[in-house]
Design a protein around this ligand. Sequence first.
Ligand code: EPZ
Length: 453
Amino acid sequence: MTALAASVVLCGRLSVRACLPYYCAVELFRVTGGTRLVGEVTVGGAKNSVLKLMAAALLAEGRTVLTNAPRILDVTIMSEVLRRLGCTVTIEGDAITIDTPAEPGTEADYDLVRRMRASINVLGPLLARRGEVRVAHPGGDAIGSRGLDYHIAGLKRMGADITSEHGFVIARAERLHGATIWLDFPSVGATENLLMAAVLAKGTTVIDNAAREPEIVDICAMLTEMGARIYGAGTSTLEIEGVDALSPVTHRTVPDRIVTGTWAFAAAITRGDVTVRNSEPSHLEIALDELTTAGADVELFGPCEGFRVRMDDRPRAVDVVTLPYPGYATDLLPMAIALAAVADGPSMITENVFDARFMFTNEMVRLGADVRTDGHHAVVRGKEWLSGAPVRATDIRAGVGLVMAGLRAEGVTEVADVFHIDRGYPGFIEQMRSLGAEIERVTVPDDTMALDF
Ligand code: EPZ
């Protein structure tokens, strides 16, 4: 009989909660509302770039070093993906060192892929290097259905034989060849996987309607340093002339524009004054423009030096429409909702990238926000103050959006499942505190498990 069963028998009519401290705990952020955020933060490298740069290390035998890498949970998971493929991975400070063997493994298992969708980005490099690969299908998550059809269709055009069996995508190709590929939507992940397959293919590949995000430009820069021939990085047409081999390099990761944008919105939501260092404001033009329209004073410093956002009065309502880059980033949608929830007037927020990104607004409503959604539109009527409540993070960005809303709520907000936030925000609590936020990380029994007899 397990210890839990024994304790239940012992507890009899007592709620199981009494036994929970030993078995089920949840980490949450406890936020006390009402503080203006004031001060300076420094941003690290981009999660959505470094994970793909780590996958790109598989393309060349030897030592790859990635600097300005964020210390986040997703990097730990990707390191484990690479280790299980036979690489040695060490992390010191903001540098990741990857030693890739002559013949890396060919399988990325479900246990890791289900925890982090970006593991799928080993598909292109391993198919190009090893001619075969088995990757567990990542499935969808809280922000919507996350297909792989563009990845698969593009690789098939390059000559790959691809099947789906028992939850795995299995791809084989003696040597991929160049092809012209049109993407129905400028998918970031598909552009990256096809790019990493095409650099070692025989002949020239053209990816049309490719993604243009700064993270795409970053991986193109690294691949070019490795010896690849890529033209059109940052435009919607990428042309790649395949080469026979690549060499490992040392590469600096681009700053994280989503973390950067998060701090900018935090300043506006709390009517604060925040300087964001080591960030590239030009990667956030539309978002900073929206903040200016909302009444913030945005002062830009030089390239990669950062900027300052100051909001003296109540933000004005602004309408936001998410789009692929250079449009307003979908990953900053929860910050736009949090701003709209405390702004003066009604805002219309439109999501064009994911089909379930508004899921978290139910939690915003628990905080007293007036949010109504209909398909990919949300109408938000702002309030002077929200009211603190227990809520649950459903994904990385939603979690941070709820913390931001909690800063402008009366009383205490408890955001559960903060492992989501740890996946993408290095030193989040420390940085928040350095700006004056009243926030703490606490571990409590997970009462969603409570069963009363
Ligand atoms: C990347 O996801 C980011 N993740 C996401 O950030 C980001 O929201 C997204 O790009 C858009 O900017 C990483 O880089 C790890 P997509 P990705 O392929 O590559 C559909 C965060 O919080 N689609 O551009 O998965 C798809 O369903 C995360 O950091 C297909 O239908 O995004 C979605 O609706 C969340 N078939 C749309 O395209 C495909 O084969 C955009 O997806 C591929 C995509």
